[in-house]
Design a protein around this ligand. Structure first.
Ligand code: ATP
Ligand code: MG
Length: 423
């Protein structure tokens, strides 16, 4: 009897070609965009002390209260697979004393959250988390948003996205507003769903982005956060929107946008789309001036955002942005004896940056050529008995069917020339 197969964990996806190569192309593009804004990569651990996320993200958030993968290490220390990268970036910056001067960095890789898997939502997913430290002005917020717009433009998906923008002011301002909001909602308890009722004591601001229509209707009459903002908060937001307008970046005010995590202040933003169904937020972030101090560092203004890689990929796939890159050449030896001339030739092609797939199993030439076609190769390179006897190889152009025989020494230059013409 066959043994039971071991399956992957729920919500942890295997990614095959072509998606995996599309992901790589997306990362390459993101790196290129970030380099133009002078952001530099950081590499950080996937595991951190659990206390880091409790302190940074906040115990009352969904992420910390129900989505974390938390384990005991062998010495009984509680450790957690990172659910997001900002906390780790801030920890590292403080720990290594990097915050004496402004910093522009990004950290990328898998994040882990125990959520209900569905389209655009998995338990292991990827983010590129872009963070800047030591800059308090709205010009930095505008820069972060411009990075997003730049990437989305290059991906050809900017028109599918809306930039939703809000200001949540300072913690004190939010606190005063929160008290007023709770007092108002206490008088409308019967209109709240269970989730919102629970949040009334744990995380009241989160009620603002409830998806429940009844709750939203009641919120129509609720106090507005705007009325609790001080002059500095208003000025920061006005400067930001002025800079976005100056750069031609369209935005929409969403007064209900508060974001789930505790550490934000002033600017919060999300890039959302209708093209992906329910999981419509592809990138989110904001300013978090208090976080460095909260984690034991000197007060340092900071802001950042996270690209949700899988959702951005889904969006880019609706636009055919990414191509497969088939091998340019499919190399065939018609006899095991001919590999000794084929392989050194192939090596010279690869040295010239030409991608070559070598068929290592000798088969009937007709089958081989069919496979070369299926692989999408441009040329079949063939060494048969005649070619081997004459220090030559045949090149068959699989697009037009032409075939010619050339001396081995001439093939690299010939192919380089031809492939350049069609690139
Ligand atoms: P959501 O509203 O989808 O739960 P979130 O507010 O929890 O998102 P953030 O913590 O702001 O998300 O993460 C930034 C981005 O990372 C999201 O906008 C989304 O694109 C992506 N993301 C978050 N959680 C997941 C997940 N479980 N699977 C895939 N992508 C995710
Ligand atoms: Mg979430």
């Amino acid at each position: 009897m066959a043994k039971a197969q071991i399956q992957s964990l729920r919500g942890m996806n295997d990614v095959f070609p072509p998606e995996a190569s599309h992901l790589q192309q997306l990362h390459d593009l993101i790196h290129a965009v970030l380099a133009r804004y002078a952001y530099r990569p950081l590499q950080l651990p996937l595991l951190e002390q659990t206390g880091l996320f409790k302190r940074a993200v906040g115990e009352e958030t969904d992420v910390v209260s129900k989505e974390m993968y938390t384990f005991c290490d062998r010495n009984d220390e509680s450790i957690t697979l990172r659910p997001e990268a900002t906390a780790g970036v801030v920890r590292a910056m403080i720990q290594h004393g990097k915050l004496q001067q402004p910093q522009r960095v990004y950290a990328e890789g898998p994040m882990f959250r125990y959520e209900r898997p569905q389209k655009g939502r998995s338990r292991q997913f990827s983010q590129v988390s872009v963070e800047a430290f030591g800059m308090a002005g709205a010009a930095l917020d505008a820069e972060l948003i411009a990075i997003c717009a730049d990437l989305f433009r290059r991906l050809g998906v900017l028109d599918l996205l809306t930039l939703e923008l809000n200001t949540i002011g300072l913690a004190e301002e939010r606190h005063a507003f929160q008290q007023a909001l709770v007092a108002y909602l206490q008088n409308h308890l019967d209109a709240l769903d269970d989730d919102s009722r629970r949040r009334l004591t744990t995380n009241p601001l989160r009620i603002l982005d409830s998806k429940n229509a009844g709750v939203q209707a009641v919120l129509g009459g609720a106090p507005a956060l705007d009325d609790y903002l001080g002059a500095d908060s208003r000025a920061h937001f006005a400067r930001l929107t002025g800079l976005l307008d100056a750069q031609g970046i369209a935005w929409r005010r969403n007064p209900r946008l508060v974001r789930g995590l505790d550490y934000y202040c002033h600017t919060v933003f999300e890039w959302t789309t209708d093209a992906l169904g329910a999981q419509g937020t592809v990138t989110a972030g904001g300013r978090y001036d208090g976080l460095v101090e909260q984690l034991g560092g000197k007060p340092t203004p900071a802001a950042g955002f996270a690209f949700g890689i899988e959702r951005i990929l889904l969006l880019a796939q609706t636009r055919d942005t990414f191509r497969d890159t088939p091998p340019a050449v499919y190399a065939i030896a018609t006899d095991d004896a001919h590999f000794a001339s084929l392989l050194p030739l192939v090596q010279r092609l690869r040295d010239a940056d030409i991608a070559v797939l070598v068929q290592t199993q000798v088969q009937a030439l007709k089958n081989q050529l069919r496979k070369a076609d299926q692989e999408g190769a441009h040329y079949a390179l063939i060494i048969g008995d005649d070619e081997a006897a004459n220090q030559s190889a045949s090149l068959k152009n699989l697009r037009d069917g032409n075939q010619e025989r050339l001396p081995l020494a001439e093939i690299p230059a010939y192919l380089q020339e031809r492939l350049k013409e069609t690139a």
